[in-house]
Design a protein around this ligand. Structure first.
Ligand SMILES: Nc1ncnc2c1ncn2[C@@H]1O[C@H](COP(=O)(O)OP(=O)(O)OP(=O)(O)O)[C@@H](O)[C@H]1O
Length: 213
């Protein structure tokens, strides 16, 4: 599903070169739930962004479903990302002036499309958000915000979910809900790669990896 061969990233910062990620190899199969650990600054987010077709590595090869994603042009790569990958971040990144429904449907051009409307309804019910559909992010708890971000990422049922510290701002019960949801998703054939500092999150994963640089 995801294959990294000797992938590295060197950031140029003023006159300096920062080796953020050094020659990482990774093979992730469909249905696996990976937890990526590593100390602060070890390159976890950098790795996730390269897998997510958002950051070109300085060297190495990133393949998703046997496709070398950095040989695609920008438009093809953006389309590939939209079709195949869902993102969840610690900071949620919800649009403040849109309500829950609109945030979940943000990437859909036709928000009246019946398929997406029914997918949105079923996700919000599953995630206990059905009574909050007209709330704006400032009117939600942290756990609810993360569940909205989760619903947004899941709307198109992407094959691959990338999660960067998805429980970083949540209490134990809300963390458990998010991790359980991601685990159930992998049991139904989805694939999840999650960066986390939270050691208890590793218990939900099928595979763990520790990176250092
Ligand atoms: N755009 C950038 N330009 C220059 N250096 C960067 C850039 N982005 C990240 N870095 C540096 O690259 C290194 C790896 O960063 P990254 O965010 O991938 O680490 P991380 O393991 O996710 O850290 P944390 O756990 O603290 O979130 C860090 O030393 C960081 O300062």
């Amino acid at each position: 599903m995801v294959s990294l061969k000797s992938v590295g990233k060197v950031y140029k910062y003023k006159m300096q070169e920062i080796n953020a990620l050094k020659a990482i190899d990774l093979e992730v199969n469909q249905g696996e739930f990976w937890a990526i650990n590593g100390r602060s600054g070890s390159g976890k987010t950098t790795m996730l962004l390269t897998i997510g077709a958002m950051l070109q590595p300085s060297y190495g090869e990133v393949k998703i479903r046997h496709r070398n994603i950095y040989t695609l042009n920008d438009k093809e790569r953006t389309n590939f990302r939209k079709e195949n990958i869902g993102f969840i971040f610690q900071m949620f990144y919800l649009i403040p002036y849109l309500n829950v429904t609109e945030n979940i449907m943000i990437h859909q051009q036709l928000r009246s499309d019946g398929n997406y409307v029914s997918a949105m309804r079923s996700l919000t019910e599953q995630l206990g958000l059905e009574h909050r559909l007209l709330h704006r992010p400032s009117e939600l708890s942290a756990g609810e915000k993360q569940r909205v971000a989760l619903a947004r990422a899941m709307l198109k049922k992407p094959e691959l979910i990338l999660a960067d510290e998805p429980t970083g701002n949540l209490d134990e019960e809300n963390s458990r809900q998010v991790l359980q949801y991601l685990q159930d998703y992998t049991k139904s054939g989805g694939t999840v790669i999650m960066v986390t500092h939270d050691r208890s999150a590793n218990e939900y994963a099928t595979n763990t990896m520790n990176i250092s640089n």
